[in-house]
Every structure is written in structure tokens, then in C-alpha cells.
Design a protein around this ligand. Sequence first.
Ligand SMILES: C[S@@+](CC[C@H](N)C(=O)[O-])C[C@H]1O[C@@H](n2cnc3c(N)ncnc32)[C@H](O)[C@@H]1O
Length: 259
Amino acid sequence: MNDTSALQYPEATVARLELLWGEGFLSVGGPAEVSAICRGVDLHGLDILDIGCGIGGVDILLVKDFGAASVLGLDVSEHLLDWGRARADRAGLSGRVTFRLCAAPPYPVPDRYFDVAFSKGAILHIPDKPGLFRDLARCLKPGGLFIASDWLKGNGATVAGSLNGFGAAEITFESAPAGEMAAALHEAGFTSVEMRDRTEQYLKIARQDLSRMKGRLRTKAIELLGDEGFESWISAQAGTVARLAERQVQPTHIRAVLR
Ligand SMILES: C[S@@+](CC[C@H](N)C(=O)[O-])C[C@H]1O[C@@H](n2cnc3c(N)ncnc32)[C@H](O)[C@@H]1O
């Protein structure tokens, strides 16, 4: 693991993301987007691996609301995992929602164990997509499902860097275009690969988020970030709206089945 991993998603970043998307959620749309990602998939009784789980809100939701038997969340940041563990404990789910620190694939999990590999807003931080998908193919049972949401590279030269107000020094962004992601999934042994472009929906959410930030979240956000931090958050969010409107980034829901 590199030395910057501890700096990724520091406390102030986590606080402002939770302010937008709800307690425990660090990526666009929070629980509503998790529902959209999982729409039509029956997760009851299944064992799920969550790549880039953050502070565990998604993982608890997958067990509590979607009926998963268990979720193992992997992340590069120990402090986020600690918050996830505390959250699972408070929810009385620490036996079914567990967390493990992982830098990069191959992950320290058994072969052919999981029914589902899930990820939300995290694959853009993992540079080696083919390596990731090969390892997910190893972790999943045959016929297992990969369901995810990720910021893919759109039609611009820029990757997703500086989305949602991240500074370049804070965290690595390595978005790939949809065609490259689909080819890497096929190459790793997945079939029925589906890529659903969510740009329109994310643009709507990002615009709503911007007006919430300027409106009812303003006072709380200034308390958290100070005046200067608040202004730079607003301008970063306006940048996210512009990049989405210009299709420089392409938020996408991805599904694939392991052969
Ligand atoms: C936008 S947050 C999303 C967290 C969570 N999935 C959610 O929706 O609330 C991205 C997460 O990816 C994690 N991450 C960054 N690099 C990673 C890597 N190489 N492997 C796994 N997770 C990583 C970050 O620490 C962070 O928790």
C-alpha cells in the first residue's frame, strides 16, 4: 500500500460526502443509487464482496434491506474500515458485515466463495482493471454476478480527477472508457456484460446536490469546512456538473455474469 492511502478520504472529506448522500455513504446518490444498481437482482441469502466499501453504509444496507447473507467490504483505508466496523456493530450486524484492509488484487479471500462482487464509486481508484476483473473471476462462484457503478471515462481527455472536490494530491483517479471495461470483463471470463450509461441521472443528481449545498446544507457545510472550504466545494461541484454536461465523464452501471 502506498503512503498516501491513509490520506485518502480524510475526515473532512467523509463529513461533506455524508452530508450530501447520507450517513455511511460516500458516493453519488447514496442508498437510492444502491437500489438502482441492484434493481431486479435478488440478493437474498447471498455472500457479497464489496470492493472499495468506504465506511460501510452500503454493506449494512445490502444485508438489512436486500437480505444478503453476508458482506465482506474491502478498502485501502483502515480509518474508514474502523468506522464501518463501528457502524456494523451499532446495527447489530458485526457477524454478517465484516471488513478487511486491502491494497490491490489479488485479494486475501478464498477462491469461488462469493455469489456477488459489488462496487460503488471505487473502481476508478484501482488502476489495473484487467487485474481486478481476473481476481473477481477467481473469488466468484461460477455463474456469480458482478454489479457495480463506476465513473468511466467519457469523451474528454480528462479522467474523473477533481470530481466532487477531491484534490489531485488526495487520491488517485484512473477512469477507463466503457469499451475497455467491457473488453477486460470478457477477457477475465465474464459474459452478459451490460453497461448502462447513467450520465443523465447523475447530471440531475449533481445539479440537485449543488442547489442543496447552496441552500439548506450551506450552514452545516460552512461549519464543517469553513468559508473558504465551502466556496471551493461549491466550485468543485459546479465543475462536476460541467464535466457531466460535457460528457467528459460517464457514470455507468455495470453488470456481468461469470461463465
Ligand atoms: C467514493 S468512495 C465509495 C465508498 C463506498 N463504496 C460508498 O459508496 O459509500 C471510494 C472508496 O474507494 C476506496 N479506495 C480507493 N482506492 C482503493 C483501492 N485501490 N482498492 C479498494 N478501495 C479503494 C476509498 O478508500 C473509498 O472508500
